[in-house]
Design a protein around this ligand. Structure first.
Ligand code: UN1
Length: 506
């Protein structure tokens, strides 16, 4: 007798157009973090299958690069329509497979829709510059051309949106995409691929087969993608450990990589902060998605004058958090992804205690109801200093609290971790907030004022510095990573002057 959850999952997958053969009878079992039950058995791709997928994508690229960019945008517009139509079902599937609460599952699909809209507009704005030439009768310009096959490696915590950031831009830029999703969330990937294929069918023959390929599998599938010289860009989201392997491997073959890796994001709460805002902003960023966003707030750097009251208010907010089934109407905290993640959280809490921390929360709950799933109370840990374990990203809801006296010390603490993704300050002192955003302030790719560290909109470039890998995805001019730039010099005169005044008369 199959588990009732697996029936609904199959129904959802059917509604999203996924053939049952894709998620039954395979060697890779997919479990829901909600209760640990098996919800699918997918077929991992061998290294040969990955190579074939890259081959199909390469052929697709060769045709697709000649389709005018605004026409390419039309395909993404149709894909956005599919997403709008299936938002509910896909959002729920994300909840079932990744454990996100309902509004966050839906929010992730909304993030896909948003990037599609952005990409459609972008398809008419892939501008290059015209540049003044130093030579008479000459003109210089730059042209942006499609790049090639883009490999996307994504993580379990944003199983659909991060692929969409990459795929929507890559497709309007004239590239083909091969996607290796997390082996923990392949069903959401199958659903996205199916919706993309529907859009491609509606678009017609101009969309070549192989434009979007999906390869499911574990590390070996990812390695095959990373090492394939035909993959021009590898866009990888995940741990710093993964990025440390991917980056050099891609560089060795002179491929490009776009890395979006770990974060260890801090919020500074300054003397003039609006504490009501701060409590809400910190709680969402630290506890939302059960602390499993790369932008989750992991460190709170609070001015001494507010420490006692802010910690007390946060503890009160934490004590009332509804923890449970992510699709239940009032739940705010769903499960951790798996047992390994729970163990990592517990070991971080033990280390924090050894390093002088005082732990509030962090224990497992609902174990009787869900013996195969891992629900936890989010933890607040007051630390005497920014110790070794605080400098490490643990992908779980742990908020380390440290206090400061001088603003400069707060910024120094904020910057003194290896990661550099997101950061925020709650302050109403203009001098402080501007200093925080300045060249000598936060060293992160994202620096916010009076909002938390997570929940970025798609319009900005997303990514960070240092161990976060340096890549930028999503909005602003992140599209340039998916294209190659050609610099053109055109001589419309009857002379042949050389640059820099060089003479070479033959
Ligand atoms: C991630 O966790 O990998 O800013 C991406 C945010 C989301 C994206 C997070 N829009 O929290």
């Amino acid at each position: 007798m199959p588990h009732p959850l697996s029936q609904t999952t199959s129904q959802r997958l059917a509604r999203l157009g996924v053939d049952p053969s894709a998620f039954t009878g395979g060697a890779l079992t997919v479990c829901s973090p909600i209760d640990g039950s098996a919800i699918g058995a997918v077929h991992p791709a061998s290294a040969e299958a990955v190579a074939e997928a890259v081959g199909r994508a390469e052929s697709a690229f060769k045709a697709w690069r000649s389709v005018p960019a605004p026409r390419r945008g039309e395909l993404i517009r149709l894909f956005g329509e599919e997403l709008r139509e299936h938002k509910q079902t896909l959002g729920e599937l994300v909840s079932v497979e990744a454990g996100k609460i309902r509004s966050e599952g839906l929010g992730e699909v909304q993030e896909m829709i948003d990037i599609c809209d952005f990409a459609v507009g972008l398809s008419r704005q892939l501008y290059g510059l015209t540049i003044a030439s130093e030579r008479p009768g000459h003109r210089m310009m730059e042209t942006w051309h499609p790049l090639g096959v883009v490999g996307v490696i994504s993580a379990f915590n944003f199983p659909v949106a991060v692929w969409a950031w990459n795929a929507a831009l890559a497709v309007v830029c004239g590239d083909a995409v091969v996607w290796k999703p997390s082996e923990k969330t392949p069903l959401s990937a199958l659903a996205c691929q199916s919706l993309f294929e529907r859009a491609a069918r509606r678009f017609g023959d101009e969309a070549p087969a192989g434009l979007s390929e999906l390869v499911i599998g574990a590390r070996d599938a990812g390695e095959a993608l990373v090492d394939d010289v035909r993959v021009a860009l590898v866009s990888a989201t995940g741990s710093t450990r993964m990025g440390r392997e991917v980056g050099p491997r891609v560089a060795r073959r002179f491929g490009r990589s776009l890395l979006e890796l770990g974060g260890n994001n801090a919020v500074i709460v300054a003397p003039t902060a609006d504490l009501d805002l701060a409590v809400r902003g910190i709680a969402f960023a630290a506890v939302g998605t059960a602390g499993q966003r790369c932008t989750s707030t992991r460190r709170l750097i609070v001015h001494q004058s507010h420490q006692a009251v802010l910690v007390q208010r946060l503890k009160k907010a934490y004590a009332g958090l509804p923890i449970g089934h992510p699709l239940a109407a009032d739940t705010l905290v769903g499960p951790l992804i798996d047992a390994q993640s729970f163990e990592a959280m517990q070991s971080a809490l033990r280390a924090a205690t050894e390093q002088g921390g005082r732990v509030f929360g962090g224990e497992r709950v609902l174990a009787a109801q869900y013996p195969e799933a891992y629900y936890v109370k989010p933890a607040i840990v007051e630390m005497p200093a920014q110790t070794e374990t605080v400098c490490h990203e643990t992908f779980a809801p742990i908020l380390y609290v440290m206090s400061y006296e001088r603003f400069e010390d707060a910024v120094a603490l904020q910057n003194a971790v290896p990661q550099g993704l997101s950061s925020a300050i709650f302050s109403n002192d203009l001098r402080e907030t501007e200093a925080f955003l300045s060249a000598t302030g936060s060293d992160c790719g994202i620096a916010n004022v009076n909002i938390g560290t997570s929940g970025a909109e798609i319009g900005g470039a997303f990514g960070g510095e240092k161990d976060t890998g340096g890549g930028r995805e999503s909005g602003s001019d992140a599209w340039k990573a998916y294209m190659r730039r050609a610099t053109n010099t055109i001589n419309y005169s009857r002379e042949l002057p050389l640059a820099q005044g060089v003479r070479f008369d033959v």
